[in-house]
Design a protein around this ligand. Structure first.
Ligand SMILES: Nc1ncnc2c1ncn2[C@@H]1O[C@H](COP(=O)(O)OP(=O)(O)OP(=O)(O)O)[C@@H](O)[C@H]1O
Length: 263
């Protein structure tokens, strides 16, 4: 187990969107996340990097309290978004979740048409105007470079799309509710190399308007995309900083070894 120097992960982001303070996560038998302190900067890609089982997905799940689905997990600490603590029972988690778009490892299009997938969240928010809904469908499908491929079959089932197209659709569905933050858990792991590159390119462009937190254990992907890197090991943040610093000037032996082996 590594003993992280507090200074290594006390990097301050100029405009933090998420401020995580002393976050600990416990299961019945294990201490899964250990005193996580992290300020996630606005309009940048922050990559959570580290070997399998180090806690990347759990940290991402804490950020929109998906951990509520697992009664065996206990959390303490604070995760603030726009000054509101996500972990506080007092705050409305549904409202907080609307600030976040979630992209999982495997796409899960809703069992309805391509267009309805995009408008689903908007309709839940009360948008009824058909013209506005149609505009949103086009806007967000263009945003993920899917419009040209599907514009003639918007009313057909989303489940007939290829996996790569489904993943772009799911990203568009997340964007349609205009989140501030996109949480992405290994979003290319189920995709072929070409679809993976398309998704990577989309993320790269989206960083201008969104704060992206991306889990990956693919070092090459992290190097292509990251503005900031959080390197985790056994539930701790070992190093955190701008990508160039992390990749070119790693400070800890654990990170040096991880980069050398090139996972
Ligand atoms: N609900 C749970 N109950 C008990 N243990 C859990 C639970 N969720 C996660 N863990 C444990 O917490 C640790 C971190 O898991 P997590 O999925 O966050 O790791 P990860 O870094 O995302 O791994 P991978 O890259 O393999 O997806 C693992 O040891 C896992 O078994």
């Amino acid at each position: 187990m590594a003993n992280a120097e507090p200074t290594l992960h006390a990097v301050t982001a100029e405009v933090p969107v998420l401020n995580i303070r002393h976050l600990n996560v416990y299961s019945k038998n294990a201490h899964i996340l250990r005193d996580i302190n992290l300020k996630v900067p606005k309009n940048a890609i922050t990559v959570l990097l580290g070997p399998s089982g180090c806690g990347k997905t759990t940290l991402l799940k804490c950020m929109n309290r998906l951990t509520d689905l697992y009664s065996e997990l206990r959390l303490d600490g604070a995760i603030e978004i726009d000054g509101q603590d996500i972990l506080s029972e007092k705050n409305d988690i549904t409202q907080i979740r609307q600030k976040m778009g979630l992209v999982m490892q495997r796409p899960f299009p809703l069992p309805m048409s391509i267009a309805d997938n995009i408008t689903y969240g908007l309709k839940l928010k009360g948008v009824k105007n058909k013209k506005i809904l149609a505009e949103k469908v086009e806007k967000h499908l263009r945003e993920v470079a899917l419009w040209d491929e599907v514009k003639d079959r918007l009313k057909t089932s989303a489940q007939r799309l290829s996996i790569g197209q489904q993943q772009r659709l799911c990203l568009a569905r997340g964007l349609a509710v205009e989140p501030e933050i996109i949480l992405a858990d290994e979003p290319t792991s189920a995709l072929d190399p070409i679809s993976s590159r398309v998704i990577e390119e989309e993320f790269s462009k989206l960083r201008q308007d969104y704060t992206i937190i991306l889990v990956t254990h693919m070092l090459r992907q992290a190097k292509r995309l990251a503005d900031y890197v959080v390197f985790m090991y056994y539930g701790e943040i070992i190093e955190y900083g701008p990508a160039a610093e992390i990749f070119e000037n790693p400070k800890t032996d654990i990170l040096k070894e991880y980069l050398r082996v090139g996972h």
